[in-house]
Design a protein around this ligand. Sequence first.
Ligand SMILES: *Cc1c(COP(=O)(O)O)cnc(C)c1O
Length: 375
Amino acid sequence: MVLPYGRQSIDESDIEAVAAVLRGDWLTTGPAVDAFEDEIATIAGVPHRAVSVTSGTAALHTAYGALQLQPGDQVITTPLTFFATATCAMWQGAEIVFADVSADTGNLDPASVAEKITDRTKVIAGVDYAGHPIDAPALKQLAHDNGALLLEDAAHSIAGSLDGVPVGSLADITTFSFFPTKNLTTAEGGAVVAPHAHLVDRARLFKGIGYERKPELMDVHGGWYYEVTSLGLNYRLPDVLAALGSSQLKRLEQFKLRRQAITDRYNEGLAGIDELILPGHREGASPMWHLYPLRIQDGRRRQLFDHLRDGGIGVQVNYIPVHHQPLFQDLGHRKGSLPVAEAYSEQEISLPMFPDLTDSQVDQVIQLVRGFLGA
Ligand SMILES: *Cc1c(COP(=O)(O)O)cnc(C)c1O
C-alpha cells in the first residue's frame, strides 16, 4: 500500500520532547502530564484541568464511570461510530439503545433520539463523525429535559467548534483519542474534559484506580493514609507520551488548516458527479476534518474500494453499523432498524486524510475516483 488513509505527523521537535522526558526524573505521572492536561483544557475551553488517560477507549470508560452509569441505565448512541462508544457503557452495565443519524453529517439525529428516550435514559452519547460537531445544543436540551446528560465522543474533533464554542465545552462531558490516525497523537492516549468540577474529579478518581489521598485525613491518621471509596482502573497516561502530546499541540492549528484545505480540494475535485455525495458541512460548524467520508450511491462501493486499494490508495470504511456486529445482534438489535445510518454506512468510503498528504496525492486520489466513474 502506497498511501495510508490516515497517518501521524511527527517531526524532530516531537522526538526531542520525548527524549527530554526520558532524560529526566519522571517517566509517568509528573510535570509533563500536568502541562498537557492544562493545554487540553485550554483548547476545550473548560475551566478544569483535563483528565488524561491511556486511550480514547479508556476516556469513554472513564467518562461513563464519572457519569455513574449503572445496570438498568440506558445509553442512547449512534451506530455510525467505532464500537467502543457503545461497549464502554456496557462495561458499566448499561443497556445500549441506538438512534439514527442525520443524512448530511452522519451525526446523531435529535429527532430520532427523541423517539427513543425513556425515563431510564441516563446518557445520550453523540459522536462528532469525521470531525463535524454534533448538534450539541439540541441533544443537550433533550437530555436535560429528560434527566439525562450529554456525552460527546470527540475522538475525531479536538479543536473543532460549533457557533464559536469549542468542542469540549458543548456537552456535559467530552472524550478525546490521541491514536496515531487521529488529529494529534500521543501514540496511545486520550482525555476527558467537562465544564463541571464534580465530573472531572470523578473521572480523575476513576482513571487513578480510585486511590484517594486527602490532606485533611492524612493530618488525622498519618502521612501514609489513603482511602478507596469507589472502583477505578489504572488508565494513567505517562509523562513520556504527554510530552509528545504537548509538542503536537503546538501544530494543532496548522493540522486543522491543512485538513480543511485537503477537504476543500476533494470537494472541488469531486463536485458535480451524480453518483457521489460529498461530506455535509452545517452553518456555524468549524469541523476538525479527521476523515473525508465520500459516499457513492450507485451500489458500487465495494468496486470503488477495490479499485482504489489496487491503485495504492489506503481507503477505509467508517463504519460498519455497530448494531450489525454479532455482539449486538446476539442482544437482539435488528438490521434494518436504523435506515439512514445503514444507507450511509453502505455508501461510505474514507479517502486519505492527514496533514502531510500533498496536493498532488489528493489530485491522484481524485483522478482515480473520477476515472472509476468515467467522470
Ligand atoms: C478512535 C476512536 C475511539 C477509540 O479511541 P482509541 O484511542 O483508539 O482507544 C473511540 N471513538 C471513536 C469515534 C473513535 O474514532
